[in-house]
Design a protein around this ligand. Structure first.
Ligand code: C2E
Ligand code: MG
Ligand code: MG
Ligand code: MG
Length: 267
């Protein structure tokens, strides 16, 4: 079967493609039900310093599907963005995160922790996004300085002026911003400088082969130098081995996240 024939077949009828479309529609329907039934939960993964001390957590959404079992966010987040469910989900994540921050305040081991929350482009594009975040902070009583919002480069490309305005309004409250999966997108340096960012997160694709691939090592080093000159913190994502930790630490990286330090666990 040639590639061209496969492509033509897709144009008329492809059972696999149709199956996938049905599956997506089913998941989107079930998402609505799961939101009502409380089948979503938040996990947290530690972010540690060079001594291995926990500095904070990243909140990671989990879907405990009643019949399918756990569904990965890699699968359901894009669906939730497409259907618009991400708005309700994102709001719920933010509320849960702020409630966690308030609970940690009573705990001497955790009161200094930050909590990082992933944002989707669609959330940020809501005209009243700033007011929503402010309302959750006010109602929960969480300290805005402990809340970090993670964005990706592609999200920032959408409407630059609008995004910067929203980020600045939240940054004025003390909320911090991190650029997630850094190095995989298309940030221009001039543009990076204009954003009120606190942190860059080196994408785990560069961390994975940092020991064996000189190109990945060069990229990690370049991101660290860039961050230093822009006065930003850097988190290395996806650190799985002590060797990766050592080599990144030797490059000057000060914050780390990955299975080597802890897997995502219920918050
Ligand atoms: P992300 O924000 O880059 O989160 C890091 C992902 O890497 C998480 O996958 C985490 O479990 C995984 N990870 C952490 N350490 C390691 C490691 O050492 N090795 C490997 N192989 N993986 C590691 P997860 O939880 O499956 O989340 C995937 C993505 O889904 C996240 O990527 C984020 O973009 C999105 N996501 C998760 N929760 C939310 C949410 O509440 N809202 C939105 N909008 N997106 C979310
Ligand atoms: Mg993230
Ligand atoms: Mg990431
Ligand atoms: Mg990622």
């Amino acid at each position: 079967e040639s590639k061209a024939a496969g492509r033509n077949a897709v144009r008329f009828f492809d059972p696999a493609l149709q199956e996938r479309a049905l599956q997506r529609a089913a998941l989107q329907r079930e998402m609505r039900q799961s939101l009502r039934d409380g089948d979503f939960l938040l996990h947290g993964q530690p972010i540690v310093d060079a001594q291995g001390q926990v500095q904070g957590m990243e909140a990671l959404l989990r879907w405990q599907h009643p019949t399918r079992g756990p569904v990965s966010p890699v699968q359901f987040i894009p669906l939730a963005e497409e259907s618009g469910h991400i708005l309700a989900l994102g709001q719920w994540v933010l509320e849960q995160a702020c409630a966690r921050l308030v609970a940690w305040r009573q705990d001497p081991q955790r009161c200094h922790w930050t909590l990082s929350v992933n944002l989707s482009a669609r959330q940020l594009r809501q005209p009243d996004f700033v007011a929503q975040v402010r309302a959750v902070l006010t109602h929960s009583g969480a300290d805005p300085r402990r809340l970090k919002l993670e964005l990706t480069e592609s999200q920032l490309l959408h409407d630059v002026e609008d995004t910067i305005g929203k980020m600045e309004a939240l940054a004025a409250l003390g909320v911090q911003f991190a650029l997630d999966d850094f190095g995989t997108g298309y940030s221009s340096l001039a543009y990076l400088k204009r954003l009120p960012l606190a942190q860059l997160k080196i994408d785990r694709s560069f961390v994975r082969d940092v020991l064996d691939d000189p190109n990945d090592a060069a990229i990690a080093r370049t991101i660290l130098q860039l961050a230093q000159s822009l006065d930003l913190d850097v988190v290395a994502e996806g650190v799985e081995t002590p060797q990766q930790f050592e080599v990144l630490r030797a490059m000057g990286c000060r914050l780390f996240q990955g299975y080597h330090f802890g897997r995502p666990q219920p918050l």
